[in-house]
Each structure stands twice: as C-alpha cells, then as structure tokens.
Ligand binder design. Structure first.
Ligand code: SF4
Length: 428
C-alpha cells in the first residue's frame, strides 16, 4: 500500500510530502525522503520487548512489570528528573509535564543542549521570525549562520531556500543569494554565494561589526574582525541591506559557541537593525523533529519552555540551575526517566556517569547509548510510523504526524498514562 503526504519524524523540517510504501507492519520504500528519512522509516533495529538489568546482562520483562517498576522508582526518588521529550509528540509531552508536577520532579527537554540559549535570548529581546513558507516564497537573501543544513536538515535548501522556487522568487537558484557563516568549510558553504569564515569563538564580534556597518558606522571597523576582512563584512552587510526579504537561520554552532545566548541576542539585534532598511527575519534550525513542540507544550502548562523544577510545588525555571546537565553534574537527582532522546550520546561524561549510578529508565524504541546506562528500557511505537500525534516544525507550525500501520508496540502516551495513573493513586 502506498501512502501519500506522509510527515517525516526525523528533523525540525518535518517534511510532509513523503510517499511511503508499506507491506504489513514494514515500510518497504520511501519516496521524496532524504537519507536520514530513509534510515528512520526503513531502519529495523527496534528493541523487541521491555528489558531490565539482571547482573551483568538483561532479562526480558512484561510491559506491566516494567511500567510498575518505573513508577516505583519515581515514587521512591527524592529528586527525580524527567528528561528528553523532543522525539515524541505533544500529547505524550503533556502527560510528562503532569507527571513531573505530581512527583515534584524536574522536567527538561533537549533544548537544554541545543537551542536553550536561543530561547533565553528570545525571552530578552523577542523573536522577529516567520514561517518557512514565507522564506520560500519571498526571501531573496538567506544567511545560514553556524548551521550546515545539507548534513543536518538535508531538504531545508531544496524545500525552502537555495533550490526552491517561490511565488516571488521565480528562479531561486539564480535570484536567491545564500551566505554561509561558519568556522570551517562545509557542504553547505560549497553552494553559498558568499562564505564567511569566522575564527572559532569570533561570532559575537562579527555580529557586532555587521550591526555597526548596518548602523552606518563603517569607519569604526578594523581591517579584519575575527578572521573576516573588512571588505567582506561590507559586502555581506550591503547584500543584506539590499534584500527585499532576508532570512537568517542559525544553528547550534552559534548557540553552543563561546557567548551562547549573548550570540543569539546579538544576531536578533542585527536582524532588528536590518529591519530599519528592509524586511529581515531570524529563525533557529531546530534539530529533533518535535523539540519545538516540547517548548510549546511545557510553556502552555507551566509558563516555561524547558528546565522546569516542581520541587517547590510550583513551576520554577532557572537555566544553569534547573537544567539537566547541571543537576546531573552536581549529582543531585536520584532517579531519571528518559523519554525519546539519547543523553548517553550527547551529555558530558560526568552526567552520563551519574545516570549510570542512579536508577535510570528509558522509554525509546531503539537500543542506543542511554540503554547502557539504564536499569530498564521500555520500547514503544515510533511516532510517524506506528503511532501518531502532533508535532511542531522548526518555524512553530503544528503538523499532525500520521500512523502508517498498527504495530505490536504501545505508544508513548499509553505507557506514560499508565505510569501517571500508578503515581497518582500512590500519591492519593
Ligand atoms: S529534511 Fe528532515 S524532515 Fe525532511 S525528509 Fe530529511 S530528515 Fe525528514
């Protein structure tokens, strides 16, 4: 059976034009997807049943046993941490937040190690953003700053920018100018009209120089700023100011570089400066397919987008204190539930070591680095394949992912609701 208009649940582009061929409970072919999408849909490395650590190995357990033991671990803990959430859908994320409130736990999502600094900057100075549809149809200048879409979001350029014609941009490849700013050459820089190579850690200074030029202070610019010549800075600023509609996309190379949220604040203020001359927008390149959704859902319910601590009985948010990396590094939490993410692969070593010391439970379809730190793993259906739910694209547009077939696994929502019910009963 061929299913059209399928949404890809891999990266923040949430491409919704895939054609997927299904035989029984297997995907046998994917059209329109990039290599990452093909791997996601066709990959066949799922954990078959819940597992629990037994001595040096693992034993299979039933779903009921795994769920009851998970609830018991969370109920026993004084300072549980519920981490992940970016690889699942809004309905499941919502149960996660309610579970955290009931437990007095900390709930955090993967923004903590990607675009958390972007959110902090947006909280300070706002977000002049737009939808990807607007970029596709209007933008004649696109800037990728510390982002490599060809590798991380392979269809971003072909669906929205460099290779994609729009309503007001009839021949994108010729009419749309692309600038790539990065610390090294990448596949994306190869297709750029202008590649700006910045010294590592030099983004803040280069952004400040561009702001000064856009403000009309060219005479203040030294011959070179963090490896970028004055002439190139003038050229890039002129290109941006002459645009009819410009769009900046920035990646974790900017959020996680020296300067962090201050880099993003500076980039937003450059965008504001450019808006004195023309229309310009700025948007983060969100990685996980529903990390934006986790920020939305957390904010609707608690008022805060990530790193929410319910230990005081109310929602408390203080990045640097209530963020999971900090909590784990301090050795503070005594149990952890990981949902739809892989901190074992992405967190600093000291955090991974603490996860291995405490009872960690993982809810995830696949064996990954976190499995080796966990005491229990509960496999679930994959959203967008054998489960469905709402996700948010990187520009904040909600999109409903589809279930392609009914498989043998429960979905995240089902498992989390069962844990929630046991905890609620125990807490009265
Ligand atoms: S670009 Fe991202 S959302 Fe689109 S098909 Fe590739 S992995 Fe999926």
């Amino acid at each position: 059976m061929k299913i059209e208009d399928v949404v890809c649940p891999f990266c923040g582009c949430l491409c919704d034009d895939l054609v997927v061929e299904v035989e029984g409970t297997r995907v046998v072919n994917v059209e329109n997807g990039c290599t990452l999408a093909n791997e996601k849909f066709m990959g066949d490395h799922r954990l078959k049943a819940p597992i629990r650590r037994a001595g040096n190995g693992w034993e299979a357990v039933s779903y009921d046993e795994a769920i009851e033991e998970t609830a018991a671990i969370l109920l026993d803990a004084d300072r549980p941490l519920l981490y992940g959430w970016s690889g699942t859908y809004g309905e499941a994320q919502s149960v996660g937040v309610h579970l955290a409130e009931l437990l007095g736990a900390v709930i955090d999502n993967t923004s903590t190690v990607c675009h958390g600094p972007s959110i902090m900057a947006i909280q300070e100075v706002g977000h002049p953003g737009c939808t990807l549809g607007q970029v596709k149809n209007r933008a004649d200048v696109v800037v990728y700053w510390a982002a490599n879409p060809i590798e991380a979001h392979p269809r971003h350029m072909s669906r929205y920018t460099t290779f994609c014609d729009g309503f007001f941009v009839k021949s994108a490849f010729r009419e749309r100018k692309v600038v790539v700013v990065d610390v090294r050459e990448t596949d994306s820089s190869q297709v750029a009209d202008e590649f700006v190579k910045v010294n590592p850690g030099g983004d803040y200074a280069v952004l400040s120089a561009l702001r000064a030029i856009v403000r009309g202070k060219r005479d203040l610019i030294p011959p070179s700023v963090e490896g970028v010549s004055r002439e190139q800075l003038f050229r890039v600023a002129d290109l941006c100011m002459s645009a009819k509609f410009g769009a900046i996309f920035f990646g974790v190379g900017l959020t996680m570089a020296q300067g962090k949220n201050k880099n993003i604040r500076n980039a937003i203020e450059l965008t504001e400066e450019l808006n004195r001359h023309t229309k310009f927008t700025i948007s983060p390149m969100r990685g996980h397919w529903n990390v934006y959704g986790s920020n939305e859902v957390f904010t609707w319910i608690t008022g805060y987008p990530y790193a929410v601590d319910f230990a005081r009985g109310i929602a408390f948010y203080n990045p640097g204190e209530t963020t999971s990396v900090d909590i784990l590094r301090r050795g503070e939490c005594d149990a952890c539930l990981v949902v739809a993410s892989d901190p074992g692969a992405h967190f600093p070593r000291a955090c991974a070591e603490h996860l291995a010391r405490i009872p960690t439970v993982q809810i995830d379809p696949h064996v990954n680095a976190t499995t080796h730190l966990s005491r229990i793993q509960i496999p679930v259906a994959v959203t967008g394949i054998d489960a469905e739910g709402t996700a948010y694209r990187m520009d904040g547009v909600p999109i409903r992912t589809r279930r392609l077939f009914y498989g043998n696994y429960p979905d995240d929502l089902e498992v989390l609701e069962k844990i929630y019910r046991i905890v609620r009963e125990a807490r009265g």
